[in-house]
Design a protein around this ligand. Structure first.
Ligand code: ZN
Length: 183
């Protein structure tokens, strides 16, 4: 389907996104499942498309991403070609370390940027398409898929980060509820 776009501004590969995969195939990995249970509509055609994941009432999705907003305002193709790269949005703050630890798919951004820088975007997209397919049956899989949805192959070793999604990050990112009585 040509109306999907797997490129992003930051270097994330949208083709492996839990949300987009769920939208395309109906198969939800644990990350997509979490969003679905939070009331989010699992709907996206990619970071650079006009149908971008909106998140839910509590947590914003990619539509509210600072990096995406910045790149679109500046009119740059991707952060790598921005004269201000690397800017403060990439700073190694405590928050971004926590995000990297608990949402490890975010760590692919740095790896991907290097690949895009050295090989170019077309070679990168080809490489990613191959990376995110089951080696046995070629079924696509997402960031936190543990086993191939078609043949059951264990995909844990295929990813450059730990396989599990730790949803406690969302509890840590939520401000305390003012209506809840303090103990
Ligand atoms: Zn398979």
């Amino acid at each position: 389907m040509s109306d999907y776009n797997y490129e992003s501004y930051c270097g994330m590969y949208c083709g492996a996104c839990s949300i987009m995969k769920a939208y395309q195939t109906g198969v939800k990995d644990p990350f997509a499942e979490f969003w679905s249970q939070s009331g989010a509509e699992l709907k996206c055609r990619g970071c650079k498309s006009d149908m971008v994941f909106a998140g839910c009432a509590e947590f914003g999705g990619c539509a509210t991403c600072n990096i995406r907003t910045c790149a679109r305002e500046k009119g740059v193709d991707r952060c790598l070609t921005c004269p201000e790269f690397p800017c403060a949005l990439y700073s190694n703050s405590e928050v971004s370390q926590m995000i990297a630890e608990m949402l490890p798919h975010m760590t692919t951004i740095a790896i991907n940027m290097q690949t895009i820088h050295s090989l170019g975007i077309d070679a990168f997209l080809e490489e990613q398409e191959a990376q995110w397919k089951c080696p046995d049956c070629s079924t696509g899989y997402a960031w936190y898929t543990t086993h191939c949805s078609n043949c059951g192959k264990d995909l844990g070793d295929r990813k450059p980060y730990k396989n599990a999604f730790d949803k406690s990050i969302f509890q840590q990112l939520t401000p305390p509820n003012p209506d809840e009585p303090t103990k």
